[in-house]
Design a protein around this ligand. Structure first.
Ligand SMILES: NC(=O)c1ccc[n+]([C@@H]2O[C@H](COP(=O)([O-])OP(=O)(O)OC[C@H]3O[C@@H](n4cnc5c(N)ncnc54)[C@H](OP(=O)(O)O)[C@@H]3O)[C@@H](O)[C@H]2O)c1
Length: 339
């Protein structure tokens, strides 16, 4: 079987997870090239071999077949063209190329076909969009969603390694009565909720919120679908939660039937037994691969409305896992040809 030389750019919260997931994936890897900006020298064990993390340097993508990027938008803008020039296929986690009409934006359970005609670059959607669309896809196919109202409760791991440390340090300082240092977010995150993720735009929404609007339309290939988002950062270490309300064009069946539809959808797990206090929880979902759905109930204020609570590991399905699943898709379909 053909094996691929794979570079992973960025060894932060997402990149580290990506290497772990790649190790167990169905991607045949002949050689791993782990790359960072400055914190080099660490040794990584991967499928029985040791690799030293190196700084990105000229010519580093020579002979590389696949580049998994988890290094931010600026790095992606700079490095993705270089990797493509060397013939590699790039899967990028940043928002740099997501809305480029020439770049497929792919969730393998939702729109795998979009990856078919890639031109050497595929974008991974925003974590909040991905976990929203995995369970909404089967409902959209069957009942046509007209409008989505979503509120997110996003973990600090979504901001990266420094934010995880900031929550831990601030929580400790708060409990010990020490002064709280604020570096990563505009306000204290420990024991707080921030209705502010990424920058504010002229329309009053944040960039994070508008990503959910625009990426949903691109992935569902539906310019009519309405998305009304509010994104909040909560003092949770890992796993984003979302309260999602949908309104559909066609009549929705009973809740039991909706549960059955979701239970058989790829990448979805239903945890919904309120009598037993069972619903998806961030602390239980960390380290898992599925998108968990619970609190399913009809919205009694409209004729075809549904409410749900959705939780997923943002570092895995929201970023690293989705990227590796795209790589598996390319390998399995024979779409990982050097371009
Ligand atoms: N965290 C999430 O849930 C999530 C979800 C979806 C998408 N993403 C996206 O994934 C990307 C990475 O996020 P993260 O949370 O892993 O960030 P992070 O923890 O801050 O790590 C960033 C990594 O990128 C490396 N890097 C930065 N600039 C580079 C450059 N020019 N060349 C090579 N390496 C470079 C850094 O190298 P050094 O170690 O040397 O500093 C570091 O290893 C971002 O685009 C983010 O928006 C994250």
């Amino acid at each position: 079987m053909k094996e691929y030389k794979v570079a992973v750019v960025g060894m932060g919260a997402v990149g580290t997870e990506m290497v772990k997931i790649l190790e167990k994936s169905r991607v045949p890897v002949s050689e791993l090239v782990p790359l960072v900006r400055s914190r080099d020298g660490k040794v990584i064990e991967f499928r029985g071999k040791s690799y030293v993390v190196k700084k990105v340097s000229p010519g580093v993508f020579q002979g590389v077949d696949l580049v998994l990027m988890a290094a931010g938008g600026e790095a992606a803008q700079q490095l993705a063209p270089l990797a493509r020039q060397e013939g590699a296929v790039v899967i990028d986690n940043s928002s740099a190329f997501r809305m480029d009409p020439e770049v497929p934006l792919v969730i393998p359970e939702v729109n795998p076909e979009a990856a078919r005609n890639h031109r050497g670059l595929i974008a991974n959607p925003n974590c909040s969009t991905t976990q929203m669309l995995v369970p909404l896809k089967p409902l959209h196919d069957l009942f046509k969603i007209k409008r989505i109202v979503v509120s997110t409760y996003q973990a600090v791991s979504g901001t990266g390694r420094e934010a995880i440390e900031e929550l831990q340090n601030q929580s400790k300082a708060y409990l010990e009565g020490q002064e709280i240092e604020v570096n990563v977010y505009p306000h204290q995150i420990a024991f707080n909720v921030l209705p502010h993720i990424d920058v504010f735009l002229d329309n009053g929404y944040t960039k994070e919120e508008m990503k959910m609007v625009n990426e949903t339309r691109k992935i569902f290939e539906d310019d009519q679908i309405l998305v009304s988002p509010t994104a909040a950062r909560v003092p949770v270490l890992n796993c984003h939660s979302e309260a999602i309300n949908i309104e559909t064009e066609r009549a929705l069946p009973e809740i039991e039937e909706i549960k059955n539809i979701l239970a058989t959808a790829p990448g979805v797990k239903v945890i919904d037994d309120v009598q037993d206090k069972l619903y998806p929880l961030a602390v239980n979902c960390s380290g898992t691969d599925d998108v968990f759905v619970g609190r399913l109930r009809k919205d009694f204020t409209v004729s075809n409305g549904l409410n749900m609570w959705v939780v997923a590991d943002n570092l895995r399905k929201g970023a690293a896992l989705n990227a590796v699943q795209i790589a598996e898709l390319l390998v399995e379909k024979g779409w990982l040809e050097r371009k």
